[in-house]
Design a protein around this ligand. Sequence first.
Ligand SMILES: Cc1cc2nc3c(=O)[nH]c(=O)nc-3n(C[C@H](O)[C@H](O)[C@H](O)COP(=O)(O)O)c2cc1C
Length: 344
Amino acid sequence: MNDVTSSIGRDRLARLMRRGTDFLGCEVAVMGGAMSWISERNLVSALSNAGAFGVIACGAMTPDLLETEIAETKRRTSKPFGVNLITMHPALSELIDVCARHQVGHVVLAGGLPPAGSIDRIKGNGAKLICFAPALALAKKLVRSGVDALVIEGMEAGGHIGPVSTSVLAQEILPPLAQEVPIFVAGGIGHGGLIAGYLEMGAAGVQLGTRFVCAHECIAHPNFKKAFIRASARDAITSVQIDPRLPVIPVRALKNREMESFAAKQREVAQLLDEEKVEMAEAQLQIEHYWAGALRRAVIEGDVETGSVMAGQSVGMVREEAGVAEILAQLTNEAAHALERRSV
Ligand SMILES: Cc1cc2nc3c(=O)[nH]c(=O)nc-3n(C[C@H](O)[C@H](O)[C@H](O)COP(=O)(O)O)c2cc1C
């Protein structure tokens, strides 16, 4: 941690983060939220090497690709990092095996409740399991099922989102559950002062995605990073569900032509449902593949008009490219300053 702030604030920050840092095995209880195509070997190892906790986004990767990504990340860092798996991935079981073979210490399950057996398998392999909890009742259920930690992510976040804001989730879930398992708060965090606030409410740490996209170490295309630097909070809008029969999880991304073509994609898939050419699960998988492809076009190819530029509302606080260590130092300094001010 950088020493611009006096030791009072930094000591308080370290104390408030201790539960999170002990759980993750890192120095700063900041998880780099997994971002498909973005959270790969370079960004993940940079985050872990800087003292935070990088998480590989498996996204739509095959087991072979995940295997390579884990191995390559290990070549770049000896520090702990995690792997994020999407519950609806058709090869989830094999992906869990890959994590076990590589003795991944922390698995994050995203995209819905963990399927039967997955909790026991992941924990049985010796990994700590972190799940997303979108509401208090589900958070309690996950804790009862044995998950080791929770991420509560509000609708300010980039990517797939739930309907409730981070501040409301934090107020509903932290007071009753923060003593039971470590809870990491995500969504809309761009300034360290807010990190201090959530820690004081009982969070073990935080998870940020948007804020790390413009890191030098992030492989996102320069056009993708430029779009982030130009955007303000209000440009990060949510996708709209066109057909009531086809429930799609909303996605927050920068407003562009792609956000309009998503409507056409939904109509196309709804028609396949009508004609009974696909089942609901397959229809939803098609939507997810659509997003994975659209995000790849923007992140990797730099097509920020017809690709998806997923971004959270904190995008307005991303003003320049900087190194991961610098971004982290800024956040921790801001948090320490806030704690110091509150202690006088
Ligand atoms: C471009 C992008 C891609 C994302 N992809 C994933 C993903 O594949 N899996 C996942 O669990 N979360 C994903 N997220 C959410 C992040 O992991 C993280 O929780 C979120 O970015 C936190 O909110 P913030 O964007 O306000 O910092 C993504 C977010 C962004 C911005």
